[in-house]
Design a protein around this ligand. Structure first.
Ligand SMILES: N[C@@H](CCC[C@H](N)C(=O)O)C(=O)O
Length: 268
């Protein structure tokens, strides 16, 4: 069966987006992994399926490159908001979010962050502002759930961290029963952070929207910065704003690269 897809990206975090609002597609974890495979499939960090929703304008399903279905993706949210146009509501496993398409990008209201240890989730109770744990030089991280789980380490120099080696060790540590996205951030000034992210189920990416949200929230909560905060990622900047008790707002680019067709049977 042939299907149409859009290749899109947010700051180099790239997606295969299938608009299934008018024709359902059957997706399994193995099929999602095969489509995402850069050597033998179409290739992407995340596979996104846009479906009809009973509670919002559309429902967004998110599959990581390893085939696992997850709750949230900030960069894909901006891409889907751009596809839907104007103002839209998007149902995700992490909650319903609101998009506002702009010129070449979007602003998305990503919902409220959660800080309770069992909402991250962690395996046992601890203070999520500064957790009493360490992996080599990475210590005392914060944890935030912004629809999906994140741990954040504030370090003097993000480039000096061997995230390719430490990322998978932390991602799969038993402290995180649902695994975790690993962020290393440097505070540049009162309104600017630098960030690199090891994404759960993917690895190092050019940008992670939810990582930027979680890191900005953790930095504001700790009093390191004040919103709005510019978060510089390897792929470029995102602007994140948040005040205690309010929803997180993320603004940044979304890029449509091309539209093409492929044969679903080629992916199992
Ligand atoms: N690239 C994303 C995050 C995608 C999901 C993440 N890897 C997870 O497993 O939670 C973003 O832009 O937020």
């Amino acid at each position: 069966m042939a299907f149409r897809f859009h290749k899109m990206h947010g700051l180099g975090n790239d997606f295969v987006v299938i608009d299934a609002r008018e024709g359902a597609v059957e997706m399994s974890n193995a099929r999602a992994r095969a489509i995402a495979d850069r050597r033998t499939g179409i290739g992407c960090d995340q596979l996104i399926i846009v479906e009809p929703s009973e509670v919002a304008d559309a429902r967004m399903r998110i599959f990581n490159a390893d085939g696992g279905e997850v709750e949230a993706c900030g960069n894909a949210s901006r891409c889907v908001a751009l596809l839907l146009g104007d103002r839209s509501t998007i149902e995700t496993l992490g909650g319903t979010i609101r998009g506002e398409a702009g010129q070449g990008g979007a602003t998305v209201d990503m919902g409220h962050p959660r800080f309770d240890w069992d909402a991250i989730p962690l395996a046992y109770p601890m203070d999520t502002r500064a957790m009493p744990v360490a992996w080599e030089e990475l210590e005392s991280p914060a944890a935030v759930n912004v629809g999906n789980p994140h741990v954040i380490f504030f370090v003097p120099d993000t480039d000096a961290v061997d995230l390719e080696r430490l990322g998978p060790i932390i991602e799969t540590d038993p402290l995180f029963p649902e695994r975790i996205n690993v962020n290393v951030a440097t505070i540049v000034s009162r309104d600017r952070l630098r960030l690199r992210v090891w994404e759960r189920g993917v690895g190092l990416t050019r940008a992670c929207g939810t990582g930027a949200c979680a890191t900005a929230v953790a930095a504001i909560r700790a009093g390191h910065v004040e919103g709005p905060v510019t978060v510089e990622l390897p792929g470029g900047p995102l602007v994140i704003d948040w005040r205690a008790g309010e929803a997180i707002r993320m603004t940044g680019p979304a890029t449509h690269v091309f539209t093409a067709e492929a044969d679903m049977d080629a992916f199992g």
